[in-house]
Design a protein around this ligand. Structure first.
Ligand code: NCD
Length: 355
Protein backbone atom coordinates (compact mmCIF):
# COMPACT_ATOMS: atom_id res chain seq x y z
CA UNK A 1 0.00 0.00 0.00
CA UNK A 2 1.42 3.43 -0.89
CA UNK A 3 2.00 5.95 1.90
CA UNK A 4 2.38 9.70 2.06
CA UNK A 5 6.10 10.54 2.13
CA UNK A 6 8.13 13.72 2.36
CA UNK A 7 10.65 13.57 -0.49
CA UNK A 8 10.36 17.12 -1.81
CA UNK A 9 8.43 19.78 0.12
CA UNK A 10 6.85 20.89 -3.14
CA UNK A 11 4.97 17.58 -3.36
CA UNK A 12 2.78 19.18 -0.65
CA UNK A 13 0.60 22.27 -1.04
CA UNK A 14 1.44 25.62 0.56
CA UNK A 15 -1.70 25.14 2.67
CA UNK A 16 -0.25 21.87 3.99
CA UNK A 17 3.07 23.61 4.82
CA UNK A 18 1.22 26.38 6.60
CA UNK A 19 -0.70 23.79 8.64
CA UNK A 20 2.56 22.07 9.64
CA UNK A 21 4.13 25.43 10.57
CA UNK A 22 1.10 26.39 12.71
CA UNK A 23 1.17 22.98 14.39
CA UNK A 24 4.92 23.38 15.09
CA UNK A 25 4.33 26.76 16.72
CA UNK A 26 1.45 25.36 18.77
CA UNK A 27 3.68 22.51 19.96
CA UNK A 28 6.30 25.12 20.95
CA UNK A 29 3.68 26.90 23.08
CA UNK A 30 2.56 23.79 24.95
CA UNK A 31 4.75 20.74 24.39
CA UNK A 32 3.07 18.70 27.13
CA UNK A 33 -0.20 18.59 25.19
CA UNK A 34 1.54 16.46 22.55
CA UNK A 35 3.63 14.21 24.79
CA UNK A 36 1.62 11.04 24.15
CA UNK A 37 0.44 11.37 20.55
CA UNK A 38 3.00 8.84 19.23
CA UNK A 39 2.79 6.31 22.06
CA UNK A 40 3.32 2.82 20.58
CA UNK A 41 4.87 4.26 17.40
CA UNK A 42 8.42 3.52 16.28
CA UNK A 43 10.56 5.80 14.12
CA UNK A 44 13.67 4.47 12.34
CA UNK A 45 16.51 6.85 11.49
CA UNK A 46 18.84 5.52 8.77
CA UNK A 47 21.76 7.90 8.32
CA UNK A 48 24.19 6.87 5.58
CA UNK A 49 25.84 10.30 5.88
CA UNK A 50 27.04 12.18 8.99
CA UNK A 51 24.56 14.33 10.89
CA UNK A 52 24.20 15.99 14.28
CA UNK A 53 21.16 18.27 14.16
CA UNK A 54 18.91 16.49 11.69
CA UNK A 55 19.32 13.07 13.24
CA UNK A 56 19.16 14.15 16.88
CA UNK A 57 16.32 16.61 16.35
CA UNK A 58 14.27 13.85 14.71
CA UNK A 59 15.04 11.50 17.59
CA UNK A 60 14.26 14.21 20.14
CA UNK A 61 11.03 15.00 18.30
CA UNK A 62 9.83 11.37 18.43
CA UNK A 63 10.79 10.97 22.09
CA UNK A 64 8.92 14.19 22.97
CA UNK A 65 5.85 12.78 21.17
CA UNK A 66 5.99 9.66 23.34
CA UNK A 67 7.32 7.34 20.60
CA UNK A 68 10.38 5.06 20.39
CA UNK A 69 13.39 5.13 18.06
CA UNK A 70 15.58 2.58 16.26
CA UNK A 71 18.19 2.97 13.51
CA UNK A 72 21.84 3.43 12.58
CA UNK A 73 24.10 6.40 12.08
CA UNK A 74 26.94 4.37 10.65
CA UNK A 75 25.85 2.02 7.85
CA UNK A 76 29.11 0.08 8.31
CA UNK A 77 27.59 -1.32 11.52
CA UNK A 78 24.59 -2.64 9.56
CA UNK A 79 24.16 -5.20 6.76
CA UNK A 80 25.09 -2.43 4.31
CA UNK A 81 28.69 -3.45 5.17
CA UNK A 82 27.87 -6.96 3.85
CA UNK A 83 26.65 -5.54 0.54
CA UNK A 84 22.90 -5.27 1.17
CA UNK A 85 21.30 -2.95 -1.36
CA UNK A 86 19.38 0.16 -0.35
CA UNK A 87 15.90 -1.05 -1.06
CA UNK A 88 16.32 -4.39 0.79
CA UNK A 89 17.43 -2.45 3.88
CA UNK A 90 14.44 -0.14 3.51
CA UNK A 91 11.98 -3.04 3.07
CA UNK A 92 13.25 -4.70 6.24
CA UNK A 93 13.39 -1.60 8.45
CA UNK A 94 10.02 -0.31 7.27
CA UNK A 95 8.60 -3.64 8.47
CA UNK A 96 9.83 -2.78 11.97
CA UNK A 97 9.02 0.94 12.12
CA UNK A 98 5.94 3.12 11.59
CA UNK A 99 7.93 5.93 9.98
CA UNK A 100 11.40 6.07 8.47
CA UNK A 101 13.83 8.98 8.23
CA UNK A 102 16.72 8.57 5.80
CA UNK A 103 19.80 10.59 4.85
CA UNK A 104 21.89 9.31 1.96
CA UNK A 105 24.78 10.62 -0.17
CA UNK A 106 23.12 9.91 -3.53
CA UNK A 107 20.62 12.17 -5.26
CA UNK A 108 17.14 10.68 -5.63
CA UNK A 109 17.80 8.04 -2.94
CA UNK A 110 14.85 9.18 -0.83
CA UNK A 111 12.44 8.63 -3.68
CA UNK A 112 13.91 5.19 -4.36
CA UNK A 113 13.52 4.32 -0.66
CA UNK A 114 9.92 5.51 -0.61
CA UNK A 115 9.06 3.29 -3.58
CA UNK A 116 10.01 0.19 -1.61
CA UNK A 117 8.99 1.16 1.94
CA UNK A 118 6.02 -0.21 3.85
CA UNK A 119 5.70 3.01 5.87
CA UNK A 120 6.08 6.78 5.28
CA UNK A 121 9.62 7.91 4.38
CA UNK A 122 11.08 11.32 5.22
CA UNK A 123 13.97 12.66 3.16
CA UNK A 124 16.57 13.96 5.63
CA UNK A 125 18.89 14.96 2.76
CA UNK A 126 19.68 13.14 -0.51
CA UNK A 127 23.17 14.09 -1.65
CA UNK A 128 23.37 17.63 -3.03
CA UNK A 129 19.72 17.48 -4.14
CA UNK A 130 17.13 18.40 -1.49
CA UNK A 131 16.66 18.77 2.27
CA UNK A 132 12.95 19.43 2.87
CA UNK A 133 12.93 19.12 6.67
CA UNK A 134 15.65 21.77 7.00
CA UNK A 135 13.39 23.98 4.93
CA UNK A 136 10.44 23.30 7.22
CA UNK A 137 12.73 24.29 10.08
CA UNK A 138 13.69 27.49 8.23
CA UNK A 139 10.05 28.34 7.51
CA UNK A 140 9.01 27.80 11.14
CA UNK A 141 11.94 30.00 12.25
CA UNK A 142 11.05 32.78 9.81
CA UNK A 143 7.35 32.67 10.66
CA UNK A 144 8.08 32.87 14.35
CA UNK A 145 11.00 35.33 14.38
CA UNK A 146 10.13 37.50 11.39
CA UNK A 147 6.35 37.12 11.59
CA UNK A 148 5.91 36.44 7.88
CA UNK A 149 6.92 34.27 4.92
CA UNK A 150 6.07 36.89 2.27
CA UNK A 151 7.64 40.21 1.19
CA UNK A 152 11.15 39.07 2.03
CA UNK A 153 14.42 39.74 0.27
CA UNK A 154 16.51 36.66 1.02
CA UNK A 155 20.26 36.57 0.45
CA UNK A 156 21.74 33.09 0.13
CA UNK A 157 25.50 32.93 0.37
CA UNK A 158 28.17 30.25 -0.10
CA UNK A 159 27.87 26.89 -1.83
CA UNK A 160 24.63 27.37 -3.73
CA UNK A 161 25.49 24.57 -6.15
CA UNK A 162 25.89 21.68 -3.71
CA UNK A 163 23.91 23.06 -0.76
CA UNK A 164 20.72 20.98 -0.69
CA UNK A 165 19.22 23.26 2.00
CA UNK A 166 19.51 26.16 -0.46
CA UNK A 167 17.67 24.30 -3.22
CA UNK A 168 14.78 23.28 -1.00
CA UNK A 169 14.51 26.74 0.60
CA UNK A 170 14.40 28.59 -2.74
CA UNK A 171 11.77 26.17 -4.05
CA UNK A 172 9.63 26.78 -0.97
CA UNK A 173 9.99 30.54 -0.55
CA UNK A 174 9.26 31.15 -4.26
CA UNK A 175 5.75 29.92 -3.56
CA UNK A 176 4.99 32.80 -1.16
CA UNK A 177 4.08 36.29 -2.42
CA UNK A 178 6.61 39.06 -3.12
CA UNK A 179 9.75 37.23 -2.14
CA UNK A 180 12.99 37.80 -4.04
CA UNK A 181 16.47 36.32 -3.84
CA UNK A 182 20.00 37.65 -3.93
CA UNK A 183 22.24 34.69 -4.79
CA UNK A 184 25.73 35.40 -3.47
CA UNK A 185 28.36 32.96 -4.69
CA UNK A 186 31.35 32.43 -6.93
CA UNK A 187 30.56 31.52 -10.53
CA UNK A 188 31.61 27.91 -9.90
CA UNK A 189 29.20 27.46 -6.97
CA UNK A 190 26.08 29.18 -8.34
CA UNK A 191 22.61 27.55 -8.06
CA UNK A 192 21.78 24.77 -10.56
CA UNK A 193 19.84 25.73 -13.68
CA UNK A 194 16.74 23.82 -12.60
CA UNK A 195 16.46 26.03 -9.51
CA UNK A 196 16.77 29.18 -11.67
CA UNK A 197 14.05 27.81 -13.95
CA UNK A 198 11.91 27.21 -10.89
CA UNK A 199 12.20 30.87 -9.79
CA UNK A 200 11.37 31.99 -13.34
CA UNK A 201 8.36 29.67 -13.48
CA UNK A 202 6.92 31.20 -10.30
CA UNK A 203 7.88 34.78 -11.28
CA UNK A 204 10.18 35.14 -8.37
CA UNK A 205 12.84 37.81 -9.02
CA UNK A 206 16.47 36.95 -8.33
CA UNK A 207 19.92 38.29 -9.04
CA UNK A 208 23.30 36.61 -8.89
CA UNK A 209 26.10 38.65 -7.30
CA UNK A 210 29.62 38.04 -6.04
CA UNK A 211 29.97 40.51 -3.15
CA UNK A 212 28.38 39.76 0.22
CA UNK A 213 29.20 43.24 1.59
CA UNK A 214 27.52 44.98 -1.33
CA UNK A 215 24.37 42.89 -1.03
CA UNK A 216 24.03 43.26 2.74
CA UNK A 217 22.08 46.54 3.09
CA UNK A 218 19.02 45.38 1.14
CA UNK A 219 18.51 41.98 2.82
CA UNK A 220 15.73 40.93 5.24
CA UNK A 221 17.22 37.46 5.65
CA UNK A 222 20.80 36.29 5.18
CA UNK A 223 21.15 32.51 4.77
CA UNK A 224 24.81 31.54 5.12
CA UNK A 225 26.01 28.09 4.04
CA UNK A 226 29.10 25.94 4.34
CA UNK A 227 31.21 25.05 1.30
CA UNK A 228 30.27 21.36 0.90
CA UNK A 229 33.74 19.82 0.85
CA UNK A 230 32.45 16.22 0.54
CA UNK A 231 30.71 16.99 -2.78
CA UNK A 232 33.81 18.31 -4.61
CA UNK A 233 35.51 16.33 -7.35
CA UNK A 234 39.01 17.35 -6.17
CA UNK A 235 40.56 18.72 -2.94
CA UNK A 236 42.24 21.49 -5.01
CA UNK A 237 38.86 22.78 -6.19
CA UNK A 238 37.61 22.88 -2.58
CA UNK A 239 40.75 24.76 -1.51
CA UNK A 240 40.04 27.39 -4.19
CA UNK A 241 36.48 27.92 -2.96
CA UNK A 242 36.78 27.79 0.82
CA UNK A 243 37.05 31.05 2.79
CA UNK A 244 35.75 33.19 -0.09
CA UNK A 245 32.81 34.23 2.11
CA UNK A 246 33.29 34.94 5.80
CA UNK A 247 30.61 36.87 7.66
CA UNK A 248 32.10 39.12 10.37
CA UNK A 249 30.75 42.01 12.44
CA UNK A 250 32.26 44.56 10.02
CA UNK A 251 30.22 43.25 7.09
CA UNK A 252 27.05 43.65 9.19
CA UNK A 253 27.70 47.37 9.63
CA UNK A 254 25.13 48.52 7.05
CA UNK A 255 22.72 45.59 7.48
CA UNK A 256 19.08 46.19 8.43
CA UNK A 257 18.34 46.35 12.16
CA UNK A 258 15.79 43.58 11.78
CA UNK A 259 17.89 41.35 9.50
CA UNK A 260 17.76 37.67 10.44
CA UNK A 261 20.91 35.60 9.96
CA UNK A 262 20.22 31.90 9.38
CA UNK A 263 22.55 28.96 8.76
CA UNK A 264 21.51 25.30 8.59
CA UNK A 265 24.80 24.46 10.41
CA UNK A 266 27.38 22.98 10.79
CA UNK A 267 29.46 26.14 10.48
CA UNK A 268 33.06 25.70 9.40
CA UNK A 269 34.50 29.22 9.20
CA UNK A 270 31.97 31.14 7.10
CA UNK A 271 30.59 32.96 10.17
CA UNK A 272 33.05 34.40 12.64
CA UNK A 273 32.32 33.48 16.26
CA UNK A 274 32.01 37.20 17.15
CA UNK A 275 28.78 37.35 15.08
CA UNK A 276 27.10 34.90 17.50
CA UNK A 277 26.59 37.74 20.00
CA UNK A 278 24.67 39.86 17.49
CA UNK A 279 20.91 39.65 18.27
CA UNK A 280 20.28 39.12 14.55
CA UNK A 281 22.19 35.81 14.61
CA UNK A 282 19.39 33.27 14.71
CA UNK A 283 21.13 30.02 13.75
CA UNK A 284 21.26 28.38 17.18
CA UNK A 285 17.60 29.20 17.80
CA UNK A 286 16.84 27.88 14.30
CA UNK A 287 18.21 24.46 15.33
CA UNK A 288 15.75 24.39 18.27
CA UNK A 289 12.84 25.23 15.96
CA UNK A 290 13.89 22.13 14.02
CA UNK A 291 12.58 19.90 16.82
CA UNK A 292 9.11 21.50 16.70
CA UNK A 293 9.05 21.40 12.90
CA UNK A 294 9.89 17.69 12.93
CA UNK A 295 7.38 16.90 15.70
CA UNK A 296 4.67 18.53 13.57
CA UNK A 297 5.85 16.66 10.46
CA UNK A 298 5.90 13.23 12.12
CA UNK A 299 2.36 13.78 13.46
CA UNK A 300 1.14 14.94 10.07
CA UNK A 301 2.61 12.06 8.07
CA UNK A 302 1.38 9.44 10.50
CA UNK A 303 -2.16 10.74 10.05
CA UNK A 304 -2.11 11.37 6.29
CA UNK A 305 -3.97 9.35 3.73
CA UNK A 306 -1.97 7.32 1.14
CA UNK A 307 -1.15 8.78 -2.29
CA UNK A 308 -0.53 7.39 -5.79
CA UNK A 309 2.65 6.41 -7.67
CA UNK A 310 5.91 8.26 -7.01
CA UNK A 311 7.37 8.06 -10.52
CA UNK A 312 5.83 8.60 -13.93
CA UNK A 313 7.12 5.36 -15.61
CA UNK A 314 8.20 7.21 -18.80
CA UNK A 315 11.31 6.71 -20.98
CA UNK A 316 12.33 3.85 -18.77
CA UNK A 317 15.27 2.83 -21.01
CA UNK A 318 17.05 6.23 -20.72
CA UNK A 319 20.08 6.34 -18.42
CA UNK A 320 20.35 9.36 -16.09
CA UNK A 321 23.49 11.38 -16.93
CA UNK A 322 24.03 12.46 -13.31
CA UNK A 323 26.79 10.22 -11.86
CA UNK A 324 25.50 11.02 -8.36
CA UNK A 325 21.95 9.79 -9.17
CA UNK A 326 20.82 6.75 -7.17
CA UNK A 327 19.73 4.99 -10.40
CA UNK A 328 23.39 4.78 -11.50
CA UNK A 329 24.37 2.99 -8.29
CA UNK A 330 21.33 0.85 -7.47
CA UNK A 331 21.01 -0.16 -11.10
CA UNK A 332 17.92 -2.40 -10.70
CA UNK A 333 15.77 0.70 -10.06
CA UNK A 334 13.29 1.50 -12.82
CA UNK A 335 14.60 4.57 -14.73
CA UNK A 336 11.86 7.15 -15.12
CA UNK A 337 11.53 10.67 -16.52
CA UNK A 338 9.05 13.53 -16.80
CA UNK A 339 8.98 15.59 -19.97
CA UNK A 340 9.38 19.36 -19.67
CA UNK A 341 9.47 21.17 -23.04
CA UNK A 342 12.37 19.69 -24.99
CA UNK A 343 13.97 18.28 -21.83
CA UNK A 344 13.47 15.06 -19.95
CA UNK A 345 13.87 15.33 -16.17
CA UNK A 346 14.95 12.36 -14.04
CA UNK A 347 12.12 11.48 -11.63
CA UNK A 348 14.64 10.69 -8.88
CA UNK A 349 17.29 13.44 -8.93
CA UNK A 350 15.82 16.17 -11.22
CA UNK A 351 18.80 15.95 -13.61
CA UNK A 352 17.83 17.14 -17.10
CA UNK A 353 18.85 16.05 -20.55
CA UNK A 354 17.68 16.93 -24.04
CA UNK A 355 14.97 14.74 -25.48
C1 NCD B 1 22.95 20.69 6.26
C2 NCD B 1 22.95 19.43 5.41
O1 NCD B 1 23.22 18.34 5.92
O2 NCD B 1 22.67 19.57 4.23
N1 NCD B 1 22.98 20.45 7.63
C3 NCD B 1 21.82 20.17 8.30
O3 NCD B 1 21.13 19.25 7.99
N2 NCD B 1 21.46 21.01 9.27
C4 NCD B 1 23.94 21.69 5.81
C5 NCD B 1 25.37 21.29 5.69
O4 NCD B 1 25.77 20.15 5.93
O5 NCD B 1 26.16 22.16 5.35
Amino acid sequence: MPFEHLIDLNDFSVKQWNDIISLALDIKKDEKKYSKVCENKIMATLFYEPSTRTQMSFQTAMIKLGGQIIGFDNPQNSSVAKGENLTDTIKIVSGYADILVMRHMLEGSAKAAAMYADCPVINAGDGGHLHPTQTLTDLVTLQSEKGRLTDLKIGLCGDLKNGRTVHSLIKALSMYKNNSFVLISTKELCVPQYIKDWMDKYNCPYKEVFSLSEAMAELDVLYMTRIQRERFESPEEYERQKNVYVLDTKKLFNAKKDLIILHPLPRVDEIELSVDKDPRAMYFKQAVYGVYARMALIMTLLEMKPKGSLISHNHSSTICKNPKCITNHEVYLEKSYKQSGDLIVCDYCDDRQLL
